[in-house]
Design a protein around this ligand. Sequence first.
Ligand code: ADP
Ligand code: MG
Length: 683
Amino acid sequence: MRLEDPIETLAGIGPKRAALLARLEVRTVRDLLLHVPRAYQDRRRMTPVAEAQPGAEVTIAAEVVSARHVRLRGRLSMAVLRVRDATGEMNVTFFGRGFLARAFSPGTRLVLSGRVETWQGPALKNPEYEALSGDEEDLLHTGRIVPVYRLTEDVTQRTLRRWVATALREADGCVEETLPELLRAAHGLPRAEAAVRDVHFPESFEAAEAARARFVYEELLAMQAGILMERAARAAEGRAAHVKWDGRDGPCLSRLRASLPFALTPAQARAVKDLLDDMAAPRPMLRLLQGDVGCGKTVVALHAVAAAADGGYQSALMAPTEVLAEQHYFHLRRALEPLGLRVGLLTGSMKGAARVRKEVAAGVIDVIVGTHALMQEKTTFHRLGLAIIDEQHRFGVLQRARLIEKGDEPDVLHMTATPIPRTLALTVYGGMDITVIDEMPPGRRPVKTRRVPPGKIPELHAYIARQAAAGRQTYIICPLVDESDQRELRGAIRHFEELSTGPFAGLRTDLLHGRLDASEKETVLRRFQNAETDVLFSTTVIEVGIDVANATTMVIEDAPQFGLTQLHQLRGRVGRGPEQSHCFLIGAPTTEDGRRRLETLCATNDGFAIAEEDLKLRGPGEFHGVRQAGLSDLRVADLVRDARLLDRARRDAQALLERDPRLEDPEHRALAAAARRFLAVRG
Ligand code: ADP
Ligand code: MG
């Protein structure tokens, strides 16, 4: 047999069972062998029956003294056994499984595992069981370290253990070594043949852990090799550089540098250099610019825009919402028009879109900022050389591709303020180059965050009023689970009206939500930006990008219902000026995770630390891009638990590919196949 054979080749597995296993993503013999346990139970130590105390988890070896089949209501029945060993006797009941009374006739030797309860004296109720045939090697469910698997409906631990044991028996001798020997030996990992046995039915916990580590490493190595090969393939697609680079800035870029009212932070300067180097290279840039809200990504991107203009190319900046696009437009115009560049705006709802499109197509507009409208078919460019995609995770892969296709192999820059843990970034964005801005412009004071108990809310309102009197502004986030839910929206509006006519009666208040049309939103935001509003009530539409340095107070109502990353994102709306800013969290968490989220937020302002914590709390599946990247298809590895192995795998894959770029060495063939499988899953 071969490991790629369908699971039905195994004795005892027909189409029905194969369909059940498919729900666990198990389709081939290999899949089943790599369905590694999620945990193990120690059932090695036999407890003498006389010592089996109620409440304890025990494994006993005993002989059946008597077995009764007891009818219950309807067709229900139970088996009641009396068992004994050298030290004493006890009861064992199997509810709903009367047939076991016949199977376990007096004299049968059993190993039983379970929690001791009471039923006419100490008893085991529905324990795991196994009849001893004399050949104790065959124990699967008791009397050993027992695997505990991830299950699906209609498949029990017992069945799965039996199927895995069958697979191990039938695949004996077919499990080839797939890790290059050098790497296996260097990391002291067990051989495939031994590991596949030990991961399911280990003799010791150490053996189980070593076996698991082997498969985790192997999987991560294949994944990283796949990503790196894909990336090498992209690098090999040459094209002429968009920017001639002789060490001197072109006219636009030098005017931009001269016009900035501040010095770039070292992190920003490094980022600018990364971008310009990319643009001057003989292949398209594909880079992710990652940095916490307010770290100054936009300024960095401006340098790329100026460099593209110096090369004679247009730039496009695509943002996920109209509000954001308008804000970018405003900033870009202010920064770029003095350099002699024409900046345009294109959104779905605006008047005059046709004229703007004409100007983009004619090359009259040098820099176009917009929403999804940019990638519509009727938008064409004169000479698109740089595509910038803001908050890229809000766009699908196809949407991004549609914009990029409008240029002639343009340079592509993704920007995101959503920190993603490094372990995930290596994988989700493994195919991109990544620049992280890990430093804030000088003079920023970290936002102080604290929880506000219900009794202190009047005090908070008074504080907000004092801030307003001092000329500083406040955001109040009213969470809507669903922006399109009329009832919820009415609730938020009522809340806004109550506060506006109550504690904030003397203040200028406003409300922003997703159901306002674009021009209404714009009016609300403009008023806030111009400091004509003291308190802005908003749903989470405000989440990304709004930049008002004079806003120093953020109130998040019902905070426990938000994810950690989103809370951090919302908080990023304040702390953007020189004044000390505060973030107040209202609402009591009802879960342990909720409590930890709020605690973490109060304790740190570091977006990456917060992302790491979020990863621990929610798992990788919740991060943007993880599903598309095929990460949720990892079988064995757990990116939280196995971060260290991921690092090693990444480095090893790099070194391996340097020696054998296409993994053609016979010893690398299995790895190459696994890397291709990974890429295929990713699509
Ligand atoms: P991001 O896009 O990363 O959220 P922005 O580029 O919008 O950040 O910058 C946030 C604010 O900080 C802007 O008002 C910008 O002018 C300002 N800023 C950016 N870089 C610097 C710097 N090096 N020194 C001072 N202020 C800066
Ligand atoms: Mg920004």
